[in-house]
Ligand binder design. Structure first.
Ligand code: NI
Length: 183
């Protein structure tokens, strides 16, 4: 079982690995369930397997549970099939970057194909929503990319410093602002 204490933080080499495809859905069923628990515990809306130290192409997402009902998605070997030319900038957090929010520009619309735990290939389409951001953010993790890879050199240095300060001030995965700067 994973817990929020097992979430790997930026700087951990597993977050830079290109993850291996999942060959057998049954092999990741327990992992997926434990990742969902960890994600809900950390109040995140997505979590990728490398964030719990497993370099496999598996992510869990639930962008709506803050509003009440849980709608968990498990995406195995997800692939981005289509993106829009039109982009959108939003503030993104990441459970591996406690205490910071980073402005990231991404395609506004995305279409993803992925297998679910029943072994069916599902199609996900999202446009201008948190889900559109989350799908792209989590799939980035499977290719060894994080928020830092969307930043120029100066912003990258700044965010690295901010996250370090936030961790030293006691920020935990799921925190979106530095505890030292909270009122
Ligand atoms: Ni993340």
């Amino acid at each position: 079982m994973s817990s929020t204490d097992d979430i790997r933080l930026t700087g951990d080499p597993v977050l830079q690995e290109v993850c291996e495809p999942v060959e057998n859905v049954e092999d990741v069923r327990e992992l997926a369930e434990s990742m969902l628990e960890t994600m809900y515990e950390a109040e995140g809306c997505g979590l990728a397997a490398p964030q719990v130290g497993v370099p496999k192409r598996l992510v869990v997402i639930d962008c709506g549970w803050g509003s009440g009902e849980k709608t968990p998605y498990v995406l195995i070997n997800p692939e981005i099939i289509e993106v829009s030319d039109e982009t959108r900038v939003t503030g993104e957090g990441c459970l591996s970057f406690p205490g910071v929010t980073v402005e990231v520009e991404r395609p506004r619309r995305v279409v993803v194909h992925a297998m679910n735990l029943d072994g069916d290939v599902m199609r996900y389409e999202a446009d201008g929503t948190l889900m559109a951001v989350c799908l792209q953010h989590e799939i980035d993790h499977l290719d060894g990319k994080t928020l830092l890879d969307h930043l120029g050199p100066m912003a990258r240095m700044r965010v690295k410093r901010q996250v370090q300060e936030a961790i030293e001030a006691g920020a935990k995965p799921g925190d979106v602002s530095n505890p030292a700067s909270r009122s």
